[in-house]
Design a protein around this ligand. Structure first.
Ligand SMILES: [Zn+2]
Length: 214
């Protein structure tokens, strides 16, 4: 049950996070991460960072609201009870990309795509943060809404880069309290988990039966 719920919970949280940033295009789901992009050609310098901040705050809020539903869904399995410990981190960069379409799926390619992925492995120790690459950070003229801390790292195949992170706890929207889910909502969400967990388990079961037939 726990493994099936872990997958369902991750998918649910990711869906909410992606839906919370409709201005961004979902490029790819990468395990428990989502890679989103936005065309920044027509944006002025301040708007680029402002949009990134707005999206991060909206995604963070959606994540925590859904995380609270998952953690209070009455399911006693490990994945559901420990959902309250799940964290959300953001890494953002601006750069040049090329697109590649394979089987109607658009992919972004280029050194800047590699860079933003490499930035995920960083020395930032706060549990939830928004890490901006040096390039993105310096596009804005107006200061960040929270204190920005500089970090340096040596990226594999790229070399030393500088980046700046803001603790999500220092961003304005994270201080708004989340609404307390009513029992009705809790039951509805519990049902949703049980319902979406079922086909997964049925699938496993069927595979096992096929295997034993051979
Ligand atoms: Zn569960």
């Amino acid at each position: 049950m726990s493994l099936a719920h872990a997958e369902v919970n991750t998918a649910r949280l990711l869906e909410k996070v992606i839906d919370a940033a409709p201005q961004f295009e979902l490029i790819e789901i990468e395990g428990d991460a989502a890679f989103l992009a936005l065309e920044a050609d027509t944006l002025d310098s301040d708007a680029t960072v402002a949009l990134t901040l707005d999206a991060a705050m909206a995604m963070h809020r959606a994540f925590h609201l859904e995380r609270q539903y998952v953690a209070t869904n009455l399911c006693p399995c490990k994945s559901c009870t420990q959902a309250a410990n799940l964290k959300l981190k953001f890494v953002a960069h601006i750069g040049e990309v090329a697109t590649q379409t394979i089987r109607q799926r658009r992919k972004l390619v280029g050194i800047d795509v590699i860079l933003v992925h490499r930035l995920l492995k960083n020395p930032v120790e706060v549990p939830e943060y928004l890490l901006l690459s040096d390039e993105l950070y310096h596009t804005a003229n107006t200061p960040m809404p929270g204190p920005a801390h500089e970090v340096s790292q040596d990226l594999e195949g790229i070399g030393p880069v500088r980046a700046y992170f803001v603790d999500v706890a220092d961003l304005p929207s994270s201080t708004d309290p989340l609404p307390d889910p009513s029992l009705l909502v809790r039951l509805r969400k519990t049902f949703a988990v049980a319902g979406s967990g079922l086909p997964h388990m049925l699938g496993l079961h069927r595979r096992r039966r096929t295997a034993s037939a051979f």
